[in-house]
Design a protein around this ligand. Structure first.
Ligand code: XIL
Length: 672
């Protein structure tokens, strides 16, 4: 939003009619086939690409009620005790795979996944191991155990709990005392993971522990630091198992945060041993929902089938009663996985959409919720280009302030959209961000650096950081992502403007997208570790005619799928702003049209209803309400909401002085 480009903007609207003649109407996207709402836990979890598993005891496999439920409901199993050291290698060098094989072969025959549990653990460890005092001996013994066991189960185990429960309870955040730590030092975990990777490179390697579900606990932080360090140094680790043995209160309120913070390190997360005292319906539903809300939460395992099978049987913590009947928590779990109560009652499948997005959209709009609040020193005509995250019980909105004097930024927060209009506006020109041209902000939390980032345009692509999103004075002075405009942009920008910078990261890389008001979407990249430095390899990620691919691009990860969503603002044949959409399977991939035409737009006045009155015909620069707030920019697949800028259709005059307001679209054709 270069002030200089205002003239260009007005010209753009006038010339829009011309533009449409060159707009290539993309082929209709192929609609994702409707999935079926399932009536069992495993089938329902599979619809979002997850598994739902249980611990299995070999000794119960002769019980028909038990195996009936096992094979009906679960698509993953974990041997409850049969792969522990004291079963497999009770005496040195003598391996007993019988009970483990019984479970593994049974699962393989039924297409159930197998989680291997566990290779290195201080419990259920034979005394011949725990009495070793010589480091070389213990190292050899540990590595041999890992190698023999993993070799035996090669190709059968989806994920191994390589090391179990190595961290101490309490406030230390350190590893617990065990023969492994005491004799080999804290490096034993790294050593175990390296041996495991070379024994079976195709198995996922997990670290598994309990009491790491609450984000602020010292133990959680200790494990997080270890995983971060492993990822930074290239120590092989693929997943973190959170056992999730909960009391009746269920998961801590930060559980989803913990899952997504671990996931943001570039590992899968799994709920590996779930049981909840008295099995309250809400506690189970909350646990499942937290996992569903985190794309890399790949599966859930309950620690047993019936209450009578549980290691905590006195607390009745499971989903089936001792007669094998479904308990109320079963239903809330199925529902939280996305299953239907009706399907559950009748067993009949009913239509439902998958986690994938639909290929056309309908929306209902609020009225104008947020208007400028000029004060003595801020003569503001419009509030624009919002970025929003929901964090800590509040929406945090950053936006451009516009007037004929130019552009700067504003911040406001509120707990509910009904409060949005009365929130205080904090002008960021009074902070270290400073006065002058700053516009089109984008906010996210970088989980690795534990910093909030505000990305915005200043002529260059700039950013500020802040440890506390709620403190408007905490932002650092602007820094630039590039030393100057990348050559490829110089070569293609024509009479356009370099605008609307947007950062999104996957587990390996961060990407910086930007537009040129001349039909090009650019993409640069750096590694997650180097971010915010090192943006290079700038390429044209997508292009079309000038007005068909104008500006204000957003890129998101769609929760529970491998889809990314691209939105770009276009100018329609009526001269009004609207959004087109594309999807890709990777951030550096090529974009296929989703709802990408004027007749099938992502969001345009033609597919939006205005129950409170049509206050705008432009659906312009905005941002989706995300499922989280981190650098992965994950959005839900269902019931999308989009905060956008609109304006009185009759307003005209100086572009910078237009009366832009913010409103909220809610998807009205969501089928899930
Ligand atoms: C438990 C089993 O359920 C019991 O049958 C056994 O007697 C003890 O171990 N954390 C773990 C699991 O990683 O292996 C434990 O399983 C429960 C706690």
């Amino acid at each position: 939003m270069n002030p200089l480009k205002r003239l260009g903007r007005r010209r753009a609207s006038v010339l829009a009619l011309l533009a449409v003649t060159t707009l290539v109407t993309p082929a209709a996207a192929t609609a994702a086939p409707d999935a079926v709402r399932a009536s069992t836990l495993g089938a329902q979890a599979a619809q979002s690409g997850r598994y739902f598993g249980t611990a299995v005891a070999a000794g119960r496999l002769g019980d028909g009620t038990y195996t009936g439920i096992l094979d009906r409901e679960f698509n993953s199993v974990t041997p409850e005790n049969e792969m522990k050291w004291d079963t497999i290698e009770r005496s040195r060098g003598s391996f007993n795979f019988g009970p483990g094989d019984q479970i593994a072969n049974r699962a393989a025959a039924r297409g159930q996944r197998l989680r291997g549990h566990t290779l290195v653990w201080h419990q259920q460890l034979p005394s011949w191991v725990s009495s070793i005092r010589d480091a070389n001996t213990l190292r050899g013994v540990m590595n041999n155990h890992i190698t023999q066991v993993m070799n035996h189960y090669k190709g059968k185990v989806y994920a191994w709990d390589v090391v179990n429960e190595a961290f101490a309870d309490g406030g230390s955040g350190q590893m617990r005392s065990s023969v492994f730590r005491d004799v080999l030092g804290t490096g034993f975990i790294e050593e175990a993971f390296r041996s495991a990777r070379s024994a079976d490179p195709s198995a996922k390697l997990c670290y598994n522990d309990y009491n790491i579900e609450n984000w602020s606990d010292a133990k959680t932080q200790g494990v997080y630091r270890m995983v971060r360090d492993f990822k930074a140094r290239g120590v092989p680790i693929d997943c973190v198992g959170l056992q999730s043995h909960f009391g009746a209160g269920g998961p801590p309120s930060s559980f989803q945060t913990t899952l997504s913070n671990f996931a943001a390190l570039g590992v899968d997360v799994q709920i590996t041993e779930l049981d909840i005292a008295q099995a309250p319906t809400a506690a189970y539903a909350n646990t499942v929902r937290a996992c569903m809300n985190v794309a890399r939460c790949t599966g859930i395992t309950v620690w047993g089938i019936r209450d009578s099978d549980s290691w905590r049987s006195g607390e009745n913590p499971l989903l089936f009663d001792r007669n094998g009947n479904k308990k109320p928590a079963y239903q809330s779990t199925l529902t939280a996985l996305g299953g239907s109560a009706a399907a559950q009652r009748t067993g009949a499948p009913s239509p439902r959409s998958t986690a994938a997005l639909p290929s056309s959209f309908r929306w209902s709009s609020s009225g104008a919720l947020i208007a400028p609040k000029p004060d003595a020193t801020h003569n503001i005509a419009g509030i624009k280009d919002p970025s929003v995250v929901y964090y800590n019980g509040k929406y945090h909105v950053f936006a451009s302030t516009a007037s004929s004097a130019g552009y700067n930024l504003v911040y406001l927060s509120f707990s509910d959209w009904s409060q949005a209009g009365s929130a205080t506006h904090h002008y960021l020109d009074r902070t270290a961000i400073g006065a002058g041209y700053r516009a089109a902000p984008q906010v996210f939390y970088n989980t690795q650096q534990r910093l909030w980032y505000l990305v915005y345009q200043t002529g260059n692509a700039s950013y500020s950081t802040n440890p506390d999103i709620g403190n408007p004075n905490g932002w650092s002075a602007p820094r630039n992502f590039y030393s100057s405009m990348p050559d490829i942009i110089k070569q293609n920008i024509g009479n356009g403007y370099w605008v609307d910078m947007w950062v999104i990261c996957d587990s390996a890389n961060c990407y910086l997208f930007s537009s040129d008001d001349n039909g090009h979407l650019y993409r640069s990249q750096t590694t997650v570790g180097q971010f915010p430095n090192g943006f290079t390899n700038t390429v044209i990620a997508a292009q079309d005619s000038k007005f068909a691919m104008f500006e204000a691009s957003n890129v998101y990860k769609v929760q529970g799928s491998n889809q990314y969503l691209l939105l770009v603002e276009a100018i329609g044949s009526d001269g009004r702003r609207y959004f087109r959409s594309w999807t890709a399977s990777s951030l550096a991939g090529s974009w296929s049209p989703l709802a990408a035409s004027e007749s099938n737009p992502f969001a345009k006045s033609s597919n939006v209803t205005f129950p409170a009155g049509t206050w705008t015909r432009d659906i312009s620069h905005g941002e989706m309400i995300r499922a989280g707030y981190d650098q992965t920019l994950t959005i839900p697949a269902c019931r999308l909401q989009y905060l956008y800028q609109g304006k009185d259709p009759n307003a005209g005059g100086d572009y910078n002085n237009l009366p832009w307001r913010l409103g909220l679209l809610t998807q009205s054709n969501s089928t899930c």
